[in-house]
Design a binder for this molecule. Structure first.
Ligand code: PMP
Ligand code: GLN
Length: 393
């Protein structure tokens, strides 16, 4: 939108460098061209019926009024129980767990609640688009440390050099979108020691926490030595329960850090719908077989899509976690990943995400394209069929 008198954009400076999100753009392109949408990461199926029924009942029975600002007790208790079940951690649901509108608001509230003008926040590249935008809106300065390719290893020297007097926090997305990296305990301990040395916080975006393959362990930041009182962990029920539209997210952190998150949250949304929180409390409490089933299903879809892409002659980055895999298009005859994705949606009928949008100013990742496999088998089958036909396989 423009200021009519000057023709200048009226968007606040921190957001000015950003256009429409690549996730929106690619989904719109998929709709326009009738493409199989393997771009924006959302399932084309809904989560457990009993959870949807629980929400429907809660809507009918009420109450449908404001929920407590920190979240309904059942959800906060369910999150605390889950942290105990999966990580042997003891959290106080009243002082350490907060419900927010998805991980998106969880991240925004954490950054707005903690970051002061001039503070530096370290981002590991590739990084999710929200982080730099929200850091800038809080008056902070993102400091980028690119992960080392291939393999996306943590560059120890560069990371140590990035920490300084002005460092307020580091954001760690684990498992990581888009490359599917799962951080090892050793890597997280290195991050912890740097945070301790520089009196900085660690912000963990752990929305894909239950999608970690091949027997690897998901180590939550709260379980890393030295981080119990320095980390805010943000997660969401969107991926784990295949209901991205409900926007039920939460944070877990010590009482002091939780106070900062809650302060921002009360001025952002105040509270989120109690009925969906109640239903997700039931979902989180489901027994281990639900979580195992989810992982088994995605393990199968991951092997299927990665194998099919490999059979088509692509160089595939099989993820350690998340529901995304990537191909290397460096050797193909396209200007870059964006040109490739446009061609794919328009001419091949499959939409994907150009990975360079996860790098500052698209300075990296132009040789990578991300596909999501959180789709029904028939959707994946048709996507694979279209890609295979194009590749002559
Ligand atoms: N962080 C990452 C890394 C994501 O991929 C996403 C998108 N699912 C989010 C945060 C946002 O999560 P939510 O939908 O719960 O707001
Ligand atoms: N996290 C999703 C992805 O990476 C996108 C979510 C969104 O569009 N905000 O595809």
């Amino acid at each position: 939108m423009s200021d009519r008198s000057s023709g200048k954009s009226v968007v606040a400076g921190a957001f000015a460098p950003y256009g429409t999100s690549i996730f929106t753009d690619m989904t719109m392109l998929a709709i326009e061209h009738g493409a199989i949408n393997l771009s924006q990461g959302f399932p084309d199926f809904d989560g457990p019926l009993e959870i949807r029924e629980a929400a429907a009942r809660a809507i009918v029975d009420g109450p449908n009024q404001y929920a407590p600002t920190i979240g309904v007790p059942s959800l906060r208790r369910a999150v605390a129980d889950k942290m105990s079940r999966f990580h042997n951690l003891s959290l106080d649901p009243d002082l350490e767990v907060t419900a927010l509108a998805g991980a998106t608001e969880g991240l925004a509230a954490t950054l707005l609640g903690l970051v002061e003008p001039g503070d530096e926040v370290i981002l590991l590249e590739p990084s999710y688009d929200l982080y730099p935008a929200m850091i800038a809106r809080a008056g902070g300065v993102p400091v980028y440390v690119p992960l080392e390719r291939p393999g996306f290893g943590l560059p120890q020297k560069e990371l140590a050099e990035a920490f300084g007097q002005r460092t307020k926090a580091i954001v760690v997305n684990n498992p990581q979108n888009p490359c599917g990296k799962v951080f090892s305990r050793e890597e997280l301990e290195l991050i912890s020691s740097l945070c301790e040395q520089h009196d900085a916080y660690a912000i963990g975006d752990e929305v894909y926490e239950h999608l970690v393959y091949d027997g690897r362990e998901h180590v939550t930041l709260l379980d890393v030595e030295g981080l119990r009182k320095r980390a805010v962990v943000i997660s969401s029920t969107a991926k784990t329960f295949s209901m991205t539209g409900w926007k039920v997210g939460y944070t877990a952190a010590c009482p002091e850090l939780t106070e900062a998150v809650r302060m921002a949250h009360q001025f952002l949304t105040y509270c989120t719908p109690g009925v969906f929180q109640e239903a997700m409390a039931t979902a989180i409490g489901m027994d281990d077989s639900y979580y195992r089933g989810l992982l088994e299903s995605y393990t199968g879809k991951r092997s299927w899509l990665c194998g099919a892409l490999r059979d088509m002659g692509f160089d595939v980055l099989e993820p350690e976690g998340t529901y995304y895999c990537s191909i290397d298009i460096g050797d193909l005859d396209f200007e870059d990943d964006l040109a490739f994705c446009r061609y794919l949606a328009e001419k091949v009928g499959v939409a994907a995400i150009p990975s360079s949008f996860f790098w500052k100013d698209r300075r990296g990742g132009r040789d990578l394209v991300r596909f999501c496999f959180c789709k029904k088998d028939e959707t994946l089958e048709e996507g694979i069929r279209r890609l295979g036909k194009w590749r002559g396989r």
